[in-house]
Design a protein around this ligand. Structure first.
Ligand code: ADP
Ligand code: MG
Length: 251
């Protein structure tokens, strides 16, 4: 079996995030301990309010833990300086959100290119990389469309291109199918799974939906900010790591 690299790319120890609200304390996530090896496709389940978005925001360096330790791609995110966190958010992770979060006044290509330009990369190199991703994502014919001129599925695929532009090792997706119909939801999940299998990115998808269940290598269920269940899904089939890019039909 052709296993992914077992080195943990994400390690949480006693990871806790609480919020103070009107004098009382609300638990986001509570003393989580887990490791994720590079190359996994993690599906994070749990009811609304169980802590999925809180955890993803911590993994993305958008938020800091209240206590505990979190190491992601060799960055200690609990102790990182603001400058290190900014750098990590830009180059270490790519994020995909339920509501797409595209810049409304920029077209598809400009949205995809933007994080590369913000990272100081040369325009021509960033543009050609964006074109390659957008082509793979079936958006070659939509490059000059503004977000308002796209379907939900096209917006989410643009957001995936944007998430990839700085070559992050980790892609984090928070309810990426929440605003999509089931066909487009399935497509987005398959594209994220393909990033994992073919392009060897570690992918974490938080979702209520069952669309990703059969593609996961690990499933975590959160309940009240704690891990209620963890199931390793990897099997011999999964280990083949075959190139599936041609299996995905975008229409
Ligand atoms: P999920 O994404 O699984 O729906 P969240 O991570 O958004 O769950 O929320 C987990 C818990 O933390 C919920 O009880 C929620 O109300 C609370 N919470 C999340 N963000 C905040 C915040 N900024 N201030 C106060 N409480 C919050
Ligand atoms: Mg959420």
């Amino acid at each position: 079996m052709n296993s992914p690299n077992p080195k943990p790319i994400i390690k949480a120890q006693n990871l806790t995030r609480t919020y103070s609200l009107g004098g009382s304390e609300v638990v986001g996530i509570n003393q989580l301990d887990f490791e994720i090896a590079a190359g996994e496709l993690v599906v994070l389940k749990g009811d609304s309010g169980s802590g999925k978005s809180t955890l993803l925001a911590l993994l993305a360096g958008l938020d800091r833990p209240t206590s505990g330790k979190l190491t992601v791609a060799e960055h200690d995110l609990a102790l990182a300086s603001d400058a290190e966190l900014t750098h990590f958010r830009r180059d270490g992770v790519g994020m995909v959100f339920q509501s797409f979060n595209l810049m409304p006044t920029l077209n598809v290509l400009e949205n995809a290119v933007l994080p590369g330009l913000l990272a100081g990369k040369p325009f021509s190199q960033t543009r050609s990389k964006a074109m390659e991703f957008l082509d793979w994502l079936g958006l070659k014919g939509r490059l000059t469309h503004l977000p308002a001129q796209l379907s939900g599925g096209e917006m989410q695929r643009t957001a995936i291109a944007r998430a990839l532009i700085n070559d992050p090792a980790i892609i984090l997706a928070d309810e990426p199918t929440g605003n999509l119909d089931s066909r487009n939801g399935q497509l987005v999940v398959e594209l994220l799974a393909d990033l994992n299998r073919t392009w060897k990115r570690t992918v974490v998808i938080a979702t209520h939906s069952t669309l990703a269940d059969s593609l996961a290598t690990i499933k975590f269920s959160l309940k009240d900010g704690m891990i209620a269940d963890e199931v390793g899904m990897r099997n011999a089939e999964w280990g083949k790591n075959e190139d599936r890019r041609n299996d995905i039909v975008i229409c």
